[in-house]
Design a protein around this ligand. Structure first.
Ligand SMILES: NC(=O)c1ccc[n+]([C@@H]2O[C@H](COP(=O)([O-])OP(=O)(O)OC[C@H]3O[C@@H](n4cnc5c(N)ncnc54)[C@H](O)[C@@H]3O)[C@@H](O)[C@H]2O)c1
Length: 352
């Protein structure tokens, strides 16, 4: 796929929808959204940074397509994925008189998508929403698959639900303004896909920086996510593989007061759990070496800067726990991971 090609991936879930990927799609977004039918009004949900960059272009596109539009803009950052911002978003939708036949548009990264998706799922018992991912992380992962959430004081994504978007419009041109660190965050999730599902993809990521073939990287990650979501929309089996690196990663995010971004935390989590897999005889040392080489190549961290005990406690609120058991995702080799359930109390010894 070269930069100008447009690709469509159809996701089959409780609500089926298309993911459109292609440079320049943002300016056609209004027309694409109009084709969903019946929406007279939209509200664009976006953080202040992204709205300043792309809000006007999206508004113009919606207005040209004959759709009235308003906006809800919040401060960028993980801290905004919280009850207070969620509440003020719902209040503002209600005050503006948005109806069930109208539509929300999430313009931004994973924080915007998760927050807007949860508001869409719960406002008037559910209105449609469209994802327009502008970070690499959102393009390859969070905009597809219908996981929506906000964080509670007790931990990451503690309030949320499965709620699929009606359409995903991914314009890789928007990634050109993405800060370098945010690009690296997205690369952590890209590497995750290779580690759980595709050795060839991982090999290519090693030979050629993702940035040089980004359209295809997004396409391949979304295709892998489509397959996983089709097999297990509600995260009771195969989909859990996508949580590789996330149990410890979520713990690290929480312990840092969300100063460590999600992608960096996932990179640290993948490295740590792979080290544990080697120690416990699940995978060979070469798997760890291969992963570490790749993480280093993409300037991603490989050490968790917290005590094991604190990490395990912080990870305790993770949704991958049930009762006294916790599910962890472990690599058996590069390109293949498995789900293991272990007693929660053994996790410290496991990662020790
Ligand atoms: N729902 C899911 O399936 C899923 C999957 C993975 C991660 N997540 C969630 O996603 C969130 C992380 O997403 P994220 O890394 O995109 O964070 P984010 O939404 O905070 O975006 C990161 C930063 O990049 C900026 N930004 C985004 N697009 C930009 C652009 N084109 N140009 C310039 N700046 C831009 C944002 O303003 C923000 O400051 C976490 O909350 C994580 O839990 C959800």
């Amino acid at each position: 796929m070269n930069g100008k090609d447009r690709q469509v991936i159809h996701v089959e879930a409780s609500v089926s929808y298309d993911v459109l990927i292609g440079e320049g799609l943002l300016k056609d977004a209004g027309e694409r959204i109009r084709k969903l039918g019946s929406a007279e009004r939209t509200v664009i949900v976006s953080d202040d940074r992204v709205f300043a960059l792309y809000g006007e272009a999206l508004k113009n596109s919606l207005q040209e397509a004959g759709i009235r539009t308003g906006e809800f803009v919040f401060s960028h950052g993980e801290q905004s994925k919280c009850m207070a911002v969620y509440e003020s978003l719902l209040e503002s939708l209600s005050e503006s008189g948005l109806t069930r036949s109208d539509l929300l548009v999430a313009l931004g990264g994973g924080v915007t998508g998760d927050l807007c998706g949860f508001a869409a799922a719960t406002y008037q018992r559910g209105i449609r929403f469209v994802q327009i991912p502008t970070s690499l992380l959102a393009a390859v992962d969070s905009s597809v698959g219908g996981k929506t959430a906000i964080n509670l004081r007790s931990g990451k994504n503690q309030a949320g639900c499965f709620y699929q978007p009606s359409l995903v419009i991914c314009d890789p041109e928007t990634l050109r303004t993405l800060p370098e660190e945010e690009y690296r965050n997205g690369c952590a999730e890209v590497i995750k896909y290779g580690m759980i599902k595709d050795t060839g993809f991982l090999r290519k990521l090693k030979e050629q920086p993702a940035r040089e073939w980004i359209g295809e990287v997004i396409f391949r990650c979304v295709a892998m996510k489509r397959d996983v979501v089709r097999a297990d929309e509600f995260d009771t089996g195969e989909r859990m593989l996508l949580n590789f690196g996330h149990t410890l990663g979520h713990g690290a995010e929480k312990l840092s007061g969300y100063q460590i971004p999600h992608g960096m935390a996932v990179a640290m989590g993948m490295a740590s759990i792979t080290r544990a897999a080697v120690k416990n005889g699940i995978c060979p040392k070469e798997t760890e070496e291969e992963l570490l080489r790749l993480l280093q190549m993409y300037n991603l961290p490989t050490e968790l800067p917290f005590e094991k005990e604190a990490l395990v406690q912080a990870a305790g609120a993770d949704k991958k726990s049930s009762g006294q058991q916790i599910r962890i995702i472990l690599p058996e080799e590069v390109g293949r991971c498995v789900i293991r359930t272990i007693p929660r109390k053994d996790l410290i010894r496991w990662i020790g």
